[in-house]
Design a protein around this ligand. Structure first.
Ligand SMILES: [Zn+2]
Length: 313
């Protein structure tokens, strides 16, 4: 099935529905969208690299006098707040690259806000297709009489396995490690600052969203986290797409290993329940916390069903 540009334009209510879906998966009730404007904050990480939190996936950026890269774009409202803040810091320089770590709405819905001032929107080659498919799916399930369409903007430059470029005083390196959180995740390294944006490959102490329809693989996600640590240094600082309420959106390799261990335990747990002969509809309703991972709280259906699907083949 080919998806036309026209189908990429979906109604704003459909986007809202898709966004709400993503957010249900990744946010607590305290962070539920709409009504009051969300709390936003900028923070410095190291060297020229900082991050911005608002609504949706953490935005990361290196910014100096010669170049700016923005990683992920959240939703239009907080994308505007982020862009205004970056303009203040840069004297309104154009953005050299906007990178999407993957296609989910809480990482790409702000692309339209950044596009007029951005030279290139870059993502892994599978990402724009997955974004089109998710938007088309949301449009199909939109209620009749929904508000008029708003435009979705996808990447206009893609890479398959790696991409490297110098931007200002920083060198960025992107790498695709195979399917994990989705079928098109990019890991973004800022080499000079020694900071890595993980996108949603790390949900720091929070049950993740595992997007099986978009090609997610828990088994390869586990391998990816090990490979990312092996590719970087002991003192590398990592940025996470999402974190639990009491946890930080940045940290060290220990958090990546914790995420690896959580995913391993999740697969092992579901494998055990399947071996014990329990049917799918019983397994996915289990709400005990995953043993050894109390910070995540009770198990949730979305991770259990993803693990079941992966193990059942
Ligand atoms: Zn995501």
């Amino acid at each position: 099935m080919s998806i036309t540009r026209r189908q990429f334009i979906v109604s704003s209510s459909a986007i809202a529905a898709a966004s709400a879906y993503d957010l249900r998966a990744v946010l607590t009730a305290a962070q539920t969208p709409a009504q009051a404007p969300p709390a936003t904050a900028f923070a410095t990480i190291r060297g020229t690299v900082g991050y911005f939190t608002g609504q949706g996936g953490t935005i990361g950026y290196p910014l100096d006098k010669q170049g700016i890269v923005v990683v992920d774009s959240q939703f239009p409202a907080t994308a505007k707040i982020c862009l205004d803040g970056l303009n203040e810091r840069s004297g309104s320089r154009p953005i050299d690259y906007l990178i999407n770590t993957h296609h989910h709405g809480d990482h790409t819905a702000g692309n339209a806000t950044f596009r007029p001032v951005t030279k290139k929107i870059l993502a892994q080659v599978n990402c724009p297709r997955l974004q089109l498919e998710a938007a088309a799916k949301a449009a199909r399930s939109a209620k009749p009489g929904s508000p008029p369409p708003a435009e979705q903007v996808g990447a206009n430059a893609t890479f398959e396995n790696t991409w490297r470029d110098k931007v200002g005083g920083e060198t960025m390196a992107l790498k695709y490690y195979g399917p994990a959180h989705t079928g098109g995740d990019a890991v973004v390294t800022f080499e000079k600052a020694n900071v890595v944006h993980m996108g949603d490959l790390v949900f720091n102490r929070r049950h993740p969203f595992i997007d099986k329809p978009a090609g997610a693989s828990i088994a390869n996600w586990i391998k990816t986290l090990e490979a990312v640590v092996a590719d970087h240094r002991k003192d590398t600082i990592y940025i996470y797409g999402h974190a639990g309420p009491k946890f930080e959106p940045t940290g060290a390799s220990a958090d990546l290993f914790y995420m690896r261990d959580y995913l391993t335990a999740l697969l092992e747990f579901v494998r055990g329940e399947m071996k014990a002969g329990k049917p799918r509809d019983v397994i996915v309703k289990i709400t005990d916390p995953l043993k050894g991972f109390p910070d995540h709280g009770p198990l949730v259906e979305r991770v259990l069903s993803a693990a079941y699907e992966e193990l059942a083949g």
